[in-house]
Write a protein that binds this ligand. Structure first.
Ligand code: CA
Length: 229
């Protein structure tokens, strides 16, 4: 059964949503606050969709949405909004939500939106599974050999592309300069290790907000580099 996170502080609306999702064959995971939602989401990595209420006692639903997206997650997100002004925010500020439903909504409307989004996610999943690697704000497409950051295409040389692929395929792993050199340039390349540093420096200018304080491609002193996201 597909797990759906239901974040709603009003108990009667939450149970209404939960009952209807169960009836449609989903497994609802309930949360009453933004903090509880983040915790439930953390311990249930197989959640495929989240219904997020906007007005909550702690952090608002948009912030929960933003945090989920900031982690690189592509789960479906539907905002449960109460006011037209909140809808403006959903559509205008690009919070990363896929859809929204305005309260009050009927069970049929809710499950239709959920079913539609699940279908859409399933279709794009099959298409993309083998060719895309995502990490934080980055999306690497191994078929087109392209890289996007927050949806914006970055122009990379082929060497820079190969470096990104190596790092994004090995998140959190310290890579020695020797290994980077032989993987990217080939084992018969007779260049110096400095070549790695020069290219990393250029790559950082393209991918980091502040290349002098790299956030993603960090230095492992005396050894090499690491994809730190
Ligand atoms: Ca609320």
């Amino acid at each position: 059964m597909k797990k759906i996170l239901v974040l709603e502080d009003e108990a009667n609306i939450r149970s209404f949503v939960v009952i209807n999702l169960r009836r449609s064959g989903y497994e609802p995971i309930e949360a009453e606050t933004g903090a509880e939602a983040m915790e439930k989401w953390r311990v249930n990595p197989d959640i495929c969709l989240a219904l997020l209420d906007v007005m909550l006692p702690d952090i608002d639903g948009f912030e929960v949405c933003r945090r989920i997206r900031a982690s690189g997650s592509k789960i479906g997100i539907i905002m449960l909004t109460a006011k037209s002004q909140e809808i403006d925010k959903v559509t205008g500020l690009m919070t990363g939500a896929d859809d929204y439903v305005t309260k009050p909504f009927s069970p049929a409307e809710l499950t239709a939106r959920v079913d539609a989004l699940i279908r859409r996610l399933g279709a794009s999943e099959d298409e993309k599974a083998s060719v895309e690697i995502s990490s934080g704000p980055f999306l690497l497409n191994t078929r087109n050999r392209t890289l996007e950051k927050n949806g914006q295409r970055l122009k990379l040389t082929q060497i820079e592309y190969l470096l990104m692929k190596l790092f994004m395929e090995n998140p959190g792993k310290a890579m020695s300069r020797e290994d980077i050199l032989s993987t990217v340039w080939g084992s018969d390349f007779s260049g110096e290790l400095k070549t790695v540093d020069v290219n990393i420096r250029r790559l950082r200018i393209k991918i980091e907000s502040d290349p002098t304080e790299p956030e993603f491609l960090t230095t492992v002193w005396g050894y090499g580099y690491k994809w730190g996201y």
